[in-house]
Design a protein around this ligand. Sequence first.
Ligand code: GAR
Length: 207
Amino acid sequence: AYRIAVFASGEGSNFQALAEAATAGTLGGAEIALLVCDKPAAPVVHRAERLGIPAFIFKPKDYESREAYEREIVRRLEELQVDLIVLAGYMRLLTPVIVQQYAGRLINIHPSLLPAFPGKDAIGQALAYGVKLSGVTVHFVDEGMDTGPIIAQRALEVISGANAESFANAVHEVERELYPEVVSWFARGLVTLDGRHVTVAGAHGQK
Ligand code: GAR
């Protein structure tokens, strides 16, 4: 089977959506081999327990460097023969230890239309800026902050006067739909990366 590892630091609603898609058979045959989490108290840890998904949970402070815990993560990913790393609210920059080893096999979801509003609290940044249109981006991860080649985007109108909470909910709903779909493209071998340009074979890429 095509094996993915999901990295998450928080709530885990994207993790849950991916797990449910795997169970429902809509993840292109992919299975979640591992959750990687840097926050032992995060809700996503309980979701993995409930779903029976193996987890590697660590505290960055227990390691002498970022590279040291990333080497441990890579060791576990190799052990499980993970094909794709899926970042889902993993709130740490990765070092070359993971980024180089998994180049072209490492993706992230970000709650804005990149390159607008990279970094933390993209939803809050978009609302504060007053944009009328925002959305969700899935992209390959490189060593920059939300700078890798874009795989898919979905746009969302910001309703004037929309409060932060309802807009955030709408963004998260789009994420929970889009991310499993994109992962299924990978599992089915439809995604090709050429420089900064990503193509998705078949009708799904036309959306
Ligand atoms: C998601 O909205 C994701 O796009 C965002 O964190 C949230 C995690 O939610 N990621 C980033 O902002 C990365 N820069 P979740 O834990 O419920 O999946």
